[in-house]
Ligand binder design. Structure first.
Ligand code: SAM
Length: 342
């Protein structure tokens, strides 16, 4: 039995005659199995994702038709682009700038998404590439826009898309480079700042889980020259940002994709994180629960997990269940830093 598809995909499904016979490139906020259906309609299908979790969920079915990376290059070879509107507008602009050089002149530009996710800004997003798009459909609080690539396209310059800022934790200064949509792309998060202020000198192997632009792992590598730093994230944009942050500061570290612990096969003395959570929800993000619950399996004897969390998130009971002891080592009205020992 196939799993249910999102409201956006249901809207696309009833418009899928638009994709028949196309050399189609699909990217953006992919979240279900619907793109697989397009493989039977389109002449060719390529799905590009920056989300490792989505990549892993579709890889067996799509094989070489799905690519996980921060960038896709090569000669123009597609005649239609379907962009599923990402949460951050800057990420939509990034994806369009990267994908349009891969399209032939006159290619179809489709933009789909939820109305509350900014899809009705499609006119502005597509303005650099062609005339005003038409609204093909609107249903279930989603919309589909259709334009045409009719303006000349500039080649994609990855370096131009990094934001850059300087930050300081204690005496350690760091330059941070971040691609659009990456957490804390413009300034050091206050929670991460408190986490960094709470960590003692460290040695051995350290895992920075959910590294974002790499600020925590890079700061710690700079402060602790004997520390062997690994960084993981689910986002290809975050991973490339972390690599750049390490490089611009002349630091070394291992950076790779992992959905929670999917690609981790070693143990660490330290795991540190400002873990992901869904703002506004009382429930935790399921991935974070798994991250906390399974952390002891990835810590060596006497190893420790140090995390920062919004004070309203109740991590203590989860940590108490899975660790011998947990203490709050720093806190203010907004954040708490927990240190848990195996
Ligand atoms: C709150 S941000 C922290 C980023 C960075 N460490 C900082 O302090 O600025 C959480 C990060 O976790 C990543 N993330 C979300 N789900 C994940 C998962 N299942 N596995 C690995 N990383 C994940 C997000 O992409 C994001 O970069």
């Amino acid at each position: 039995m196939s799993s249910p598809i999102s409201a956006v995909s249901q809207m696309l499904e009833r418009n899928q005659a638009l994709f028949v016979g196309k050399r189609l490139l699909v990217c953006g906020a992919l979240e279900d199995d619907y793109p697989r259906q397009l493989a039977t309609l389109a002449q060719t299908l390529t799905v590009f994702t920056t989300d490792y979790c989505y990549y892993r969920s579709q890889q067996a079915a799509l094989g070489e038709a799905i690519l996980f990376d921060h960038q896709l290059g090569g000669a123009p070879r597609f005649d239609a682009l379907l962009l599923l509107m990402p949460k951050a507008k800057a990420e939509a602009q990034y994806l369009l700038a990267m994908m349009t050089p891969l399209l032939e002149a006159g290619a179809d530009l489709f933009l789909a998404g939820e109305n509350r996710g900014g899809i009705n800004g499609a006119d502005k997003l597509l303005a650099p590439y062609g005339d005003k798009p038409i609204k093909r459909d609107s249903a279930r609080r989603c919309s589909l826009y259709h334009g045409e690539l009719s303006k000349p396209v500039a080649s994609f310059e990855l370096d131009a898309w990094f934001s850059r800022y300087e930050c300081k934790a204690g005496e350690t200064e760091l330059t941070v480079l971040a691609l659009p949509g990456v957490f804390s792309a413009d300034e050091l998060d206050l929670g991460s700042q408190m986490l960094l202020a709470s960590l003692p000198p460290m040695r051995g192997k350290l895992l920075d889980f959910g590294c974002g632009a790499g600020v925590i792992g890079s700061m710690l590598a700079k402060r602790n020259p004997d520390l062997e730093v690994s960084m993981v994230d689910i986002s290809a944009l975050a991973l490339e940002s972390s690599r750049r942050t390490l490089a611009v500061n002349g630091l070394q570290g291992k950076v790779h994709a992992s959905d929670v612990y999917s690609d981790i096969a070693e143990k660490f003395q330290h795991i540190v994180s400002n873990p992901p959570f869904h703002a506004g929800l009382k429930t935790f993000y399921a991935a974070t629960e798994t991250f906390l619950a399974k952390a002891p399996e990835y810590l060596s004897a006497n190893g420790g997990l140090t995390i920062v969390a919004n004070a309203f998130l109740r991590y203590q009971p989860i940590l108490d269940t899975h660790f011998k002891r947990t203490e709050v080592v720093n806190s203010d009205s907004k954040f708490k830093v927990y240190l848990s020992k195996v």
